[in-house]
Design a protein around this ligand. Structure first.
Ligand SMILES: [Zn+2]
Length: 387
């Protein structure tokens, strides 16, 4: 059994140990076993610690039957004493996050009676699933109370109760364990079965931020970030705010209103463009004399709706087909073709073949895309005789 220093002291980042064994693994890596370790193996939703053993990088840490395995890329000599160092910043951030999660889950349990039914820790944030629905104002209240517990700076302790003691205690747990249960107590807030290292006092968590919440499988999923990760998230958001504020020439506290005004403006302009397009359609259609044969025009300004209307109007003025083309990319065109006299559905294949296109529609109107030299396409559509 490895002596698990991380259970006794969650703030031990440097220690020395003796190499008890070094086992070659199938994937050409090595599992190093120490007599004692402060490296936390993966568990309780928290990833394993990173760091160095005797100057060698630790890739992953796992535990099996009380023995902790440190996966390394190179073999290490049995019996050697080594200095070990845990990647401090990463571990501290994970503890801030994980302890913050216990505070929130403890509060949700006491206030609402909901259980934590899912927990995932990513880089920089966590997602926590609760068994019941939480309303917006309850989320705000929850975040407030969680941060009051941070401010109260209450002790966080871990202990292994005897089976009898355990029976008498009320605690949160996902599994029905009776042996070697480690409980983490946040004074006045939470008691939960957990194997991970935690902060010593809630003040160390720094800040608890609920970034988002949504309905999830009949309950609630929250996205949570704490401590230094929360500070970083705050900086990212601030950077965005400053950028938006500069782009809109609005004060930072007014950017939402400025975006509202911008969207209103855009909607009004869209309406104006549609009106102008229709006026242009009217102008183009009334200025075209009736012809025997086909009409084909290329337009870069009108939108698809206006062009369809134009084709409709022009098809009344020709005995053949009325076609409109507009660009959709380099050498790429969209087409709309209408006719009062020619069955377009029947002729679609022939037309598409002639303009290197694809598309279809009704007997009175087809549309699609084509590619190639626009003058050649125009020539084809103007000259083709269809019946
Ligand atoms: Zn936990």
């Amino acid at each position: 059994m490895t002596d698990k220093l991380y259970y006794q002291n969650s703030h031990l980042f440097e220690f020395s140990a003796e190499i008890i064994d070094c086992i070659r693994r199938e994937d050409r890596a090595y599992d190093v076993i120490l007599d004692r370790t402060a490296f936390f193996p993966e568990g309780g939703g928290q990833r394993s610690d990173e760091g160095m053993i005797g100057g060698v990088q630790v890739l992953h840490v796992s535990e099996k039957e009380g023995i902790v395995f440190h996966r390394c890329e190179v073999p290490m000599e049995k019996g050697r004493r080594v200095d070990c160092r845990i990647e401090r910043e990463t571990r501290l951030r994970r503890m801030q996050n994980h302890s913050g999660e216990h505070v929130v889950s403890g509060l949700v349990h006491t206030r609402f009676g909901f259980d934590n039914v899912g927990f995932h820790m990513s880089d920089g944030f966590m997602t926590v699933d609760f068994s019941g629905e939480l309303r917006n104002e309850e989320i705000v209240q929850l975040e407030q109370e969680a941060n009051e517990i941070v401010r109260a700076n209450v002790p966080v302790t871990a202990f292994f109760p005897s089976p009898d003691q355990l029976k008498a205690l009320e605690y949160r747990s996902k599994l029905d364990l009776t042996q070697n249960v480690r409980l983490v107590r946040i004074e006045g807030c939470d008691l939960c079965a957990c194997c991970a290292p935690h902060v010593s006092q809630t003040g160390e968590i720094g800040i608890i931020r609920i970034m988002d919440h949504m309905r999830h499988r009949g309950g609630t999923r929250i996205t949570l970030t704490c401590g230094m990760d929360a500070l970083e998230d705050c900086r990212r958001r601030q950077k965005n705010t400053v950028r938006i504020s500069n782009l809109l020439s609005a004060r930072q506290e007014d950017i939402a209103d400025a975006v509202d005004r911008l969207l209103e403006n855009m909607a009004a302009q869209k309406l104006r463009i549609a009106e102008l397009s229709m006026a242009n359609v009217e102008y183009l259609a009334s200025g075209t004399d009736p012809v025997k044969g086909n009409i084909c025009l290329v337009d870069r300004l009108l939108d698809e709706v206006a062009l369809r209307e134009l084709v409709n109007r022009l098809s009344e003025k020709c005995s053949g087909i009325a076609a409109a083309l507009f660009p959709s990319g380099e050498g790429q065109w969209r087409y709309i073709i209408g006719s009062r006299n020619v069955d377009l559905r029947k002729n679609a294949l022939l037309i598409n073949r002639g303009i290197n296109g694809k598309g279809g529609g009704s007997s009175m109107m087809i549309q699609g895309s084509c590619s190639g030299d626009v003058e050649q396409i125009r020539h084809f559509l103007t000259e083709i005789h269809l019946s």
